[in-house]
Design a protein around this ligand. Structure first.
Ligand SMILES: [Zn+2]
Length: 196
């Protein structure tokens, strides 16, 4: 049986590419490359990284099924996976979005809960150069609220490895949330701009 999903990169004129999975041979093929090539950014995004934003809404469940059934694919030598950093390609909202600036010192801890809850939220994942407690303190002093899980209201996820596959990173990709490296996060706190 062949399972088909439609996937689109927003930089490809929004037309859909078709990825086929043959349940008998367990072969994957995307129509952006001639067979028997099994690898392309669409396959990497939809079926390896679990990106769902680009998959046609009616096909997302099928994408989950293919992911569960297909054998592990190995990227070609030198594969960079640069689509992960390309918000335009992924069809995610335009950037930069406004974030608090470093000098917004009125946003101190100790404010009432309602005010605190209005802060933009950041979620950390992975091991960083500094202790997590320090990361949180720094986020607070720059007007952010830290949450332990990724939800729809999360504005950004800061990851020690932004190309990783932790549950938080996957959840961020599925919800179109910006994923920043530690360095980018430091920059965002200072400038108030999110570039990824
Ligand atoms: Zn493709």
């Amino acid at each position: 049986m062949i399972i088909e999903i439609r996937i689109t990169a927003k930089t490809d004129d929004s037309s859909y590419r078709i990825i086929q999975y043959n349940t008998d041979t367990q072969k994957i093929h995307c129509d952006c490359v001639p067979p028997p090539w099994e690898w392309c950014a669409h396959v990497d995004a939809a079926l390896v990284a679990g990106e769902r934003f680009m998959v046609h809404p009616d096909d997302r469940e099928k994408a989950d099924i293919i992911m569960a059934q297909m054998p592990p694919l190995t990227p070609p030598d030198g594969w960079k996976g640069s689509w992960r950093r390309n918000k335009e390609w992924r069809g995610l909202p335009p950037t930069p979005r406004r974030a608090p600036k470093a000098n917004d010192t009125h946003a101190q801890l100790g404010e009432d809960l309602e005010t605190y809850n209005r802060r933009p939220t950041v979620c950390f994942t992975g091991q960083f150069e500094i202790a997590r407690g320090e990361m949180v303190k720094m986020a607070h002093s720059h007007g952010w609220r830290e949450t332990s899980s990724v939800t729809q209201e999360t504005m950004i996820v800061v990851a020690s490895d932004p190309d990783g596959t932790s549950n938080k990173i996957r959840a961020a990709r599925m919800n179109g949330i910006s994923i920043l490296s530690y360095t980018e996060w430091l920059e965002t706190m200072e400038t108030g701009e999110i570039h990824i």
